[in-house]
Design a binder for this molecule. Structure first.
Ligand code: FUB
Ligand code: ZN
Length: 640
């Protein structure tokens, strides 16, 4: 049922001018910083299980996951950039993790030292299966990157233990995680070990969710609690309000939803379950057609970090957690493999270049948790009732009490190579235009492919093929939905593109020769984007987009009161590469209108007589905002 397989991150080297330096900053700056934070906050030492009741800083119930994500990120990085110190650090942490495993295979810091009597008693809130999932992902990645089995063996034992506790058999619990994650992790474990019991367990967790009698009610009663006292609302918070196949709208906590849908797509792919895949498609349509920001951010509300209702996409109160945009990338990548349908790659790219990348500063040292599309720093300072402290700060933070986003970013950036290509029978797909090279197994041979490009600043891409012998296959090149009038050349000869494009890819089928060169040009004019009229916060406004990048206005370039800026429909919009700005970015310039600021002393309101004046404006890529002075920021600008 799934036609394509992603080419592993191990086989892809990223070297181009945009992502190359970012991966290097991730490796050389972000990973060491995160290690220090994990150490400083007690997350690493916690594995030694030395904490005793009464001592300060008890290990939190999902600290395990922060460390696991860091190991996973380190693994991807080590696969392409050997690093002695990093490797030693990871091995040491793995030794602690292995030593923390209990006799029966159980492995969780909090429930070993803080409340051992409560193991598996509160799946709804306590993240045991979530932590297990992240540890499994780390183990699989580290094994694949280095060939070292220690962590993998530990996690296989733990997964085997979990498979004895949960399942449909007599004496087993028919539970499932309150925070999804383990489902997709178990599919990875199945793929690397070939052991079907892991796939069966993933499927079990997915199919049990939302069934009646409701497991979270049963376990709450067993704890002596009233299930109705659950303070996060109804069970749509954790997507257990209905069996997953009956769900048609994305509800609840956005990160949980993204991980669940990713796991559903994985299980559908492995089992050929069309009904489950159709459920994914319906949810996809709901998210991307009604509940997603133009940046690929999802989860509009800080209250429950969750989805709300169709077209509710406030800009200033947007939560759009970095982890949720990352989760959307995971899900999109999985959906893309079924049919090679470019609409999934379009969303993947939108989220990656905007809602994900905004999560980390250019120097790799600071992080956003929430990713709003409009900011007035004063509002954050004075309205703690509306803006969640730290998580919604208008400046990136060094770390968070709840530190899910920084290591999530690190693992996505380090594994980016795994999102660029897919291969299927007689088909090689290029989803993302990223400079570098790849060794791609195809029909029993290895295709060596290299990409040269300045994407996303320029839309021209040169792809060179090195083949062991001539090979017939289809090279499917993504034509992003924003790209009109693309041009294609093979060995310098123009190829008519239109007849080749299906579902967002130009499918070039031929007998390829060693040394063949393909050139693609994707013109990148500045586009004014509008939102569906039901998105009330964007009515009468436009957002600027060029290529995959969404742009924003910052106070440091445009002065204060950004909401007063208005763009006329006729305004000429020019783009220009500025090497010295923000590490080198293409900016968008032009003139906008704003009111003349005279005569306002001692007045709050007056009859409308203000003159408008033309002012130059400068917009920068959204991902790069908040890397200079603290100030206002705006994505959707008024249109006149
Ligand atoms: O609950 C674990 C993680 O912390 C979630 O994925 C994030 O949304 C944050 O709540
Ligand atoms: Zn997060």
């Amino acid at each position: 049922m799934r036609r394509l397989t992603p080419v592993s991150w191990k086989n892809v080297r990223i070297e181009g001018p945009f992502w190359g330096p970012r991966q290097e900053v991730n490796r050389a700056v972000t990973l060491p910083i995160e290690y220090e934070q994990l150490k400083k906050t007690g997350r690493l030492d916690a594995w030694k299980l030395e904490w005793k009741p009464g001592q300060p800083n008890p290990p939190h119930h999902f600290w395990d996951s922060d460390v696991a994500k860091w190991i996973e990120a380190a693994a991807y990085s080590l696969a392409t950039h050997p690093d002695e110190q990093l490797s030693r650090r990871v091995d040491e942490v793995i030794d602690w993790i292995a030593a923390a495993q209990q006799e029966d295979g159980y492995l969780n810091i909090h429930f070993t030292v803080v409340e051992p009597e409560n193991r598996w008693k509160n799946l709804r809130d306590m993240h045991e299966l979530y932590c297990a999932g992240h540890l499994i992902e780390a183990a699989v990645a580290y094994y694949e990157a280095t060939g070292k089995r220690k962590l993998l063996d530990v996690l296989c034992r733990y997964a085997d233990h979990i498979a004895t506790v949960f399942g449909p058999g007599p004496g087993q619990k028919r539970g499932y995680p309150g925070h999804e994650e383990i489902e997709l992790a178990l599919v990875k474990l199945y793929r690397v070990t070939g052991k079907k019991r892991y796939l069966d367990l993933a499927k079990f967790f997915i199919d049990e969710r939302g069934r009646l009698p409701h497991y979270f009610d049963l376990e709450a009663r067993e704890r002596g609690e009233d299930p109705k006292a659950f303070d996060l609302g109804k069970y749509d918070y954790n997507q257990s309000h209905l069996p997953v196949r009956e769900q048609t709208t994305a509800e609840g906590h956005a990160v949980r939803a993204m991980y669940l849908y990713s796991g559903m797509a994985d299980v559908a792919a492995e089992t050929g379950d069309r009904e489950l895949f159709r459920a994914c498609e319906r949810l996809w349509e709901n998210v991307t057609e009604r509940r997603m920001y133009i940046t690929g951010g999802v989860g509009s509300s800080a209250n429950g970090e969750r989805f709300t209702y169709d077209y509710d996409l406030p800009n200033d109160l947007a939560y759009a957690e970095t982890c949720a945009a990352i989760g959307l990338v995971f899900w999109a990548q999985r959906m893309l493999q079924f049919e090679g349908d470019g609409r999934y790659a379009d969303v993947l790219e939108r989220a990656l270049y905007n809602g994900v990348l905004s999560g980390v500063s250019l120097d790799g040292k600071r992080f956003f948790y929430a990713n709003p599309l409009e900011v007035d720093p004063q509002a954050y300072l004075c309205r703690p009732d509306l803006y969640r402290p730290q998580a919604m700060a208008p400046t990136r933070q060094e770390w968070f009490g709840c530190a899910c986003c920084p290591p999530n970013l690190a693992r996505l950036l380090a594994s980016l190579g795994g999102y660029v290509y897919s291969q299927g029978k007689g088909e090689l797909y290029v989803h993302l235009y990223v400079g570098g090279s790849a060794e791609i197994p195809l029909d029993g041979q290895v295709v060596h492919l290299s990409q040269e490009t300045r994407y996303p600043w320029e839309g021209s891409v040169r792809i060179a093929l090195r083949l062991p012998s001539e090979m017939r296959f289809t090279l499917a090149l993504r034509i992003p939905s924003w790209a009109e009038k693309a041009n294609l050349w093979v060995n310098g000869q123009v190829v008519e593109l239109e007849p080749l494009v299906q579902r967002g890819y130009a499918r070039v089928k031929r007998l390829w020769q060693d040394g063949d060169v393909v050139e693609l040009d994707l013109p990148m004019p500045v586009m004014r984007m509008e939102a569906h009229p039901a998105v009330r916060d964007d009515c009468g406004r436009v957002a600027l987009q060029r290529g995959p990048l969404v742009y924003c206005f910052e106070e440091v370039d445009n002065g204060p009161y950004l909401a007063d800026l208005a763009l006329s429909r006729e305004a000429t919009l020019r783009s220009r590469y500025m090497e010295d700005l923000l590490g080198g970015v293409v900016v968008i310039e032009g003139t906008a209108r704003r009111r003349v600021l005279t005569g306002w002393e001692h007045q709050l309101y007056r009859p409308a007589w203000s003159q408008m004046r033309e002012v130059p404006f400068l917009a920068i890529p959204y991902y790069a905002w908040a890397n200079r002075d603290v100030g206002e920021m705006l994505v959707w600008i008024r249109e006149v």
